[in-house]
Write a protein that binds this ligand. Structure first.
Ligand code: ADP
Ligand code: MG
Length: 474
């Protein structure tokens, strides 16, 4: 088989795993550009497609490649712009697929791959969590670096690796990403991922069935043991005891152990001191709530993964207003995407702020005021309309906006209104001045300039202005 034939066969397999739409979108122009007995490199025409294949589809692709070439352990992805133009006929076209009406049988892709370790099933890792799509910033850099080091040489560097941090900070992502990376780089290794709860339940189950040996056997087979949320071992003495033995056996055999918890080892009350001191012997790293820039990058990454485009203003708005956890950050984004799909419009600062208010009653939402009253209004059409809507947007009185107050809280919205009236609605300086409390045309000119300058230098002003412009459709 040549490369093209191999790839056609693989695509054939992929067709029962991935929807036709996705195949057409992401696999168009793809080709195998390198192949040996153990490794295959898949070329794609764009970086976007590369991210999708390596992220979302990596697990299935590997599975399907291995069906055709059982010896392959590594699948890599590379951008090759030449493919876009099908210059050398390597890339396969999808005419065949295009002609089809329906994929014969729609098979649901299981989210979690299951791995069988000698008759014992272990829920394996979610392929969506990788070390590559984990966005790195100052608050999680060390943890990510340690996870990468571990995945490069399991059992060699940091053992155990202990990752701790609050809820929704990315611990599970890092842990499963480590497992995914090890599976990819070291194909033959047995990687076992369990939460502390499943570990415990399984243990209890086996003991009840008087098959504790089987339990031991399973875990002693691991080359890499990943246990999530170890804090739940609290007070579970016999499970801890069993875990302690498993830990020691693996550790002595040079096998890698990675653990997560919601707090550092020292603070794990209710856990055996022997365990705590074992944890402390390895590498202890934390993940914290990422800074604004990293939060933005995470949102962008999630948009890429979902294949959606969202206004950067909206992303920034979400990043600024979520301050609890990355999970919440992602949740707000997903909600925004879901709602906009239902309503067939793109998410706006307003739609997002409404949702944020629902989930986050107490907190002040930065940058946007009450906007419910404006539901369903279209483009402003005259100055009176503009005045009303600006007043509602900024929660001000109309009289104040046309009045004399110079308080920033009032003056800035007034200047924005004048700016929009002049620049976006085309009224003359005089008309604007007259309407806004009989102001002189030079005052209007000054306001317009002030906003134009502010847009370039003042991010907050820019965001407010953009949000307002979206509201009044200007
Ligand atoms: P934890 O286990 O700490 O409670 P998770 O690992 O489940 O948190 O993370 C919650 C969500 O946030 C997941 O969907 C995860 O992909 C995402 N997430 C967290 N941190 C990052 C990051 N740095 N980059 C990308 N996604 C992240
Ligand atoms: Mg978790």
């Amino acid at each position: 088989m040549n490369k093209r034939e191999i790839w056609e066969k693989v695509i054939g397999e992929l067709r029962s795993e991935i929807s036709r739409a996705k195949l057409l979108t992401w696999f168009k122009g793809s080709a195998i550009i390198g192949a040996s007995e153990e490794a295959v490199t898949i070329g794609v025409p764009t970086a976007m497609a590369e991210r999708q294949l390596a992220g979302q589809f990596d697990g299935v692709i590997r599975k399907c490649v291995q069906k055709i070439l059982p010896g392959v352990e590594t699948v890599a992805y590379r951008v090759d712009p030449k493919l876009e133009f099908k210059e050398d006929g390597r890339a396969i076209d999808f005419e065949v697929l295009k002609g089809e009406e329906e994929v014969p049988k729609k098979r649901k892709m299981p989210k979690k791959a299951e791995v069988k370790v000698d008759g014992i099933r272990s829920v394996m890792i979610d392929a969506r969590y990788t070390l590559d799509n984990f966005v790195v910033g100052p608050d999680n850099r060390l943890a990510h670096a340690a996870a990468c080091a571990v995945s490069n040489e399991p059992g060699r560097n940091y053992n155990p690796l202990f990752i701790y941090g609050g809820v929704g900070m990315g611990k599970t992502h890092l842990l499963q990403g480590t497992g995914n990376a090890i599976e990819r780089k070291h194909g033959g290794k047995v990687v076992i991922y369990e939460t502390s709860e499943t570990f415990m339940n399984e243990f209890i189950g086996f003991v009840r069935k008087q098959k504790a040996d089987k339990f031991k056997e399973k875990y002693r087979k691991a080359d890499v043991l990943l246990i999530d949320d170890i804090q739940f071992f609290k007070g579970k003495e016999s499970t801890q005891e069993e875990f302690f033995h498993t830990f020691n056996a693996l550790y002595m055999a040079g096998k890698q152990i990675v653990l997560t918890a919601d707090r550092p080892p020292k603070e794990l009350d209710g856990l055996d001191d022997r365990l705590i001191s074992r944890f402390e012997q390895g590498m202890v790293v934390d993940v914290q709530f990422p800074d604004l820039e990293t939060r933005m990058a995470i949102l962008q990454e999630k948009c890429h993964e979902k294949g959606v485009m969202i206004d950067p203003d909206v992303l920034e708005f979400i990043a600024e207003n979520v301050s609890e956890s990355v999970r919440e950050l992602e949740g707000v984004l997903m909600q925004a995407i879901a709602e906009s799909e239902l309503e067939k419009s793109s998410p706006t600062v307003r739609s997002v702020s409404k949702h944020l208010k629902k989930v986050n009653k107490k907190k002040e939402i930065v940058g946007v005021r009450e906007m419910d009253e404006m539901e369903g209004q279209g483009k402003v059409c005259n100055l009176k309309d503009l005045l009303e809507r600006v007043a509602v947007f900024f929660e001000l009185k109309k009289e104040d906006l046309v009045g004399a107050s110079r308080k920033a809280k009032i003056a800035l919205p007034r200047q924005m209104a004048m700016y929009l009236a002049r620049e976006k609605m085309g009224y003359t300086l005089e008309e604007v001045g007259d309407f806004f409390g009989g102001r002189d045309h030079t005052t209007v000119l000054h306001s317009v300039k002030r906003i134009e300058e502010g847009r370039k230098t003042d991010k907050r002003l820019l965001r407010d202005l953009n949000a307002l412009r979206k509201e009044v459709r200007l």
